[in-house]
Design a protein around this ligand. Sequence first.
Ligand code: BTN
Length: 258
Amino acid sequence: MTQKLPNFEDIPVIALGRTDSTNAEGHRRAEAGAAHGTLLWATEQTAGRGRRGREWISKPGNLYASLVLRPDCEAKRATQIAFVAALAVSGFLGDYFSEAKRLQHKWPNDVLVDGRKLAGILAESRMGKGAALEWLVLGVGVNVDSYPEDVEWPAISLREIGGKPAEIAELVEAFGRAFTFWYNTWQKNGFESIREAWLDRAVGLGEPIRVRLQQETIEGLFTGLDEDGTLLVLKAGETVPFRVTAGDVFPTAVLRNH
Ligand code: BTN
C-alpha cells in the first residue's frame, strides 16, 4: 500500500444540506469518479441507513458524514478501515467530552458511552478487478443533539453526556483530521497498531458476551480480535475461539446495567 490520504486541509468537504443518505450519495459519487478522501456531510437524511439493513434516524442537529475512499488494497482488508474509522470517531469525540475515558468501542464499529451508543459506522464497498477494492464509502453517524429512544441498543447523545457544544461543521472537520491520522497510521504500521488501539477501549474484553448471528445466538468469552478484526469468542468447554465475521454483539456486563 502506498496511497496516503492528503492532509486534511486538502480534503474537500462537500456540504449537501438535506439528502437521502450520505452513503448513497457516496456510492453515486464514487461511481462518477470522486477522488479518494472526498468527504460528504449532510445536515439531515431522509433515508439514513445503518448496519444490517436497519434505518438510521437522521434528524437535524446530529452528524451525518461519509468518506469516499479508494484504498490501494485487497477487498478482504476493507473491514480493517471500519476499525480505523472507529478510532477516529472515539478520538475526535474525546476532544469534545471531558471524560474521554468513558468512550468505548463495541464490535464491530460502534462508539459507546456508559454502554449507550453515541456513534455508528457503516462501510460499504465495491469490488474492482480480481481481489482489489474499487472504492469504499465509510459513513459515520454521531448523536450530537438527539438520539433515538425506541431502538434495540440504548443510545445517547453528546449533549446528554455534557459534551462541549460545537457546530456540526467543526465536528465534521475534526472527524476528517482524526481519520487522516488513523488512516495514515494504518498505512504506515499495518492493522496490528489499529487492533491494539481499538482493543484498549473495547467494551467487555475478557468478559461474557452474547452474539446474534444469522441463524443462531452464541455465548462465550470475548477473548479478542484476530489479525483481520474478526471477533473471537471462546465458548464454554472449547479451547479454540469461535470466529465471528458478522453479527450483533451484546456484552452481558453492559446488558446488566440497562
Ligand atoms: C450503524 O451503527 O448501524 C451504522 C450507522 C451509520 C449511519 C451513518 S449516518 C451517515 C451515513 N449515511 C447513512 O445513510 N448511514 C451512515
